[in-house]
Design a protein around this ligand. Structure first.
Ligand SMILES: NC(=O)c1ccc[n+]([C@@H]2O[C@H](COP(=O)([O-])OP(=O)(O)OC[C@H]3O[C@@H](n4cnc5c(N)ncnc54)[C@H](OP(=O)(O)O)[C@@H]3O)[C@@H](O)[C@H]2O)c1
Length: 182
């Protein structure tokens, strides 16, 4: 075995990073779900690879998918004045891709036309810096902002996130005894 990866979420992700045994993390992140942004930066600074999931925001700004938290935040962020020709989906995908800490984003689709569109979008590269900064400001106002772990180990999230002991005993036991053989 060469590398060990972890798919984690807050609050446990903080402990997973601190353990220092994972080479790569798969983490939920998009413009409308920025809760893990700070944790992603921490993991990347410690040298871990970052695989983003959910980076297409479930397609939320497109017809037929306008539902749930992702759509609600998109609507509240009032990003209707995107540059000429930039679709909401282009913005969403390029926002994810602009995060300097990501290594790759695994966008889910069962539609070959979407796959083709998405590849074309990603070839456009990161968003212009002024658009990126302004968008982050509006998204934060709409409830999509990086989350820090407070001193009770709980999350001040805009939706319920389980609050409890941060220690992930089972994960530590699994990694130490089964994978690392200690
Ligand atoms: N813990 C884990 O290991 C874990 C948990 C969850 C997900 N995952 C993996 O992460 C990957 C992505 O996660 P996800 O599917 O939850 O989130 P996602 O990539 O943000 O969203 C996928 C949704 O976006 C839509 N979409 C993609 N491109 C589009 C476009 N150009 N226009 C309109 N809609 C578009 C797709 O619909 P269409 O099919 O219609 O294009 C699909 O419904 C998947 O490979 C999944 O298996 C892993």
């Amino acid at each position: 075995m060469r590398f060990i990866g972890m798919s984690g979420t807050l609050p446990h992700l903080i402990d997973h990073i601190a353990m220092g045994v994972f080479d790569v993390f798969q983490i939920l992140y998009s413009a409308v779900e920025r809760e893990h942004e700070a944790a992603i930066a921490t993991a990347a600074q410690k040298g871990a690879g970052i695989v983003i999931r959910g980076g297409a925001a479930k397609g939320a700004p497109t017809e037929g998918k306008q539902a749930g938290l992702q759509w609600e935040r998109w609507r509240r962020a009032h990003l209707d004045d995107l540059p000429d020709g930039m679709t909401p989906m282009e913005f969403i995908l390029r926002f994810t891709f602009t995060n300097p800490d990501l290594d790759t984003t695994i966008v889910g689709t069962i539609n070959p036309a979407h796959l083709q569109t998405n590849l074309g979008i990603l070839e456009q590269g990161p968003l212009p810096p002024d658009l990126y900064e302004e968008a982050k400001r509006r998204l934060a106002a709409a409830g999509s902002a990086p989350q820090a772990v407070d001193d009770r180990g709980c999350m001040g999230a805009t939706r319920p996130i389980r609050c409890g002991p941060r220690s992930t005993d089972l994960t530590i036991k699994l990694v130490r005894e089964v994978i690392l053989g200690r």
